[in-house]
Design a protein around this ligand. Sequence first.
Ligand code: ADP
Length: 446
Amino acid sequence: MSREPRHRIRVILPAFIRLAAIAIAALAVGAVFGASAGLWIALIAIGLFFALHLHYLSTLGAWLEQPSLETIPEGWGSWSEVFNRLYKARRTSEVNARRLEDSEARFRRTISALPEGIVLVDAALQIEWCNPVAEQHLSIQLRADQGLRVTNLVRDPSFIAYMTSGSFDEPLLFRPLANPALALSIRVIEFEPARSIIMSRDVTQAERLDAMRRDFVANVSHELRTPLTVVNGFLETLLDAEPPLDGTRQRHLQLMHEQASRMNRLVEDLLMLSRLEAEETPLAEDDVDVSALVAELEAEARALSGGRHQIACTVEPIRVRGSREELRSAFGNLVSNAIRYTPSGGRIELVWRPYEDGAVFEVKDSGIGIAPEHLPRLTERFYRIDRSRSRETGGTGLGLAIVKHVLMRHQGRLMVDSEVGQGSTFRAWLPGTRLQAGTRQLRRVA
Ligand code: ADP
């Protein structure tokens, strides 16, 4: 017999036996003293029986108001079995609750011991819990701030923009206003539809080293600039000298001039990259007429190609807010790459159009293409698939690193589609928030 029917029988059986006893007693009294005496006895006994059940029922009701293991009532007959069972169920649930509390406390102690800051927030970014490291990093206090929105407590604009963006693929690097000496890397992990973990990591030391490296590169590049300009200047004068030098010397001078110019480009690109990487440099907020800028780039592309490629250009009158100089440099790098990596007779297309809640500058070429394994590393400094081809065509290996940084500073991103032998499409996307008011409407119509 399974447990359930057995339990039922243990509850019902005593009541059944008592009812049977009452019936037998009533019949016995009825046989000796007459039927009405038997009936009275049966009525009185059933009444008492009913009153007893009512009493236990009300005791159970009272206990349920404030259920606790210590105050479980004691019962008689079937009720003893019911209260026993209640006692066991209550004890099991209290043991389970204690175990759950213990494991939750252990989990919190473990998280508290982590070197990273952890903040648990709900869908409205209200703080549910945080560890002491997070309290220190973000200048919050769990006791006082529980239930408050984290963006009301950490009021740095970059933090607020990041937390409300909903896009957490890349970590946010920021220095809290309350403690500018601290450099934090913030990550958001959405682990339930309505809950997220904000993780903060102290990257002050790594940032300091990175800043030293950046300063070193910027200083060296800066120091190299002047001597290189002088060398280049004299080489040009010698090359233009009258009467010209003999063939071999002239060739040597020409080679020196080419290499010095390459160094010059390298130094200029390194300086540009250092400027872009230095967080302190504020981003210029020009009103940039990108269609005019693309028209300039098209003219430069034609000059660079020297008629070797078919070049087409389609633009829409979308203006953006950002740094004209930086956007020109980034878009220019994409255009010059397309020309440099597309053999003669190829086709290059420049497009500026609305795209995914923003606008995109697209450079499509029918060139040599890129194998998929190289795509994730293209924007690394000095990453080149074919080093000699890059050098021969005047590349520095820094072009796409510059593009990535410029787009990041404009909250945009670079996308690449490519197939070896078929060509590549580089897309520099800028978000809708960067589009100028008049052109946003155009975006909606498109
Ligand atoms: P580089 O100065 O060497 O061109 P970049 O950073 O601009 O440096 O580009 C990195 C590498 O990406 C290049 O060396 C080249 O191998 C590859 N690449 C960039 N653009 C293209 C393109 N349009 N087609 C094919 N390969 C490209």
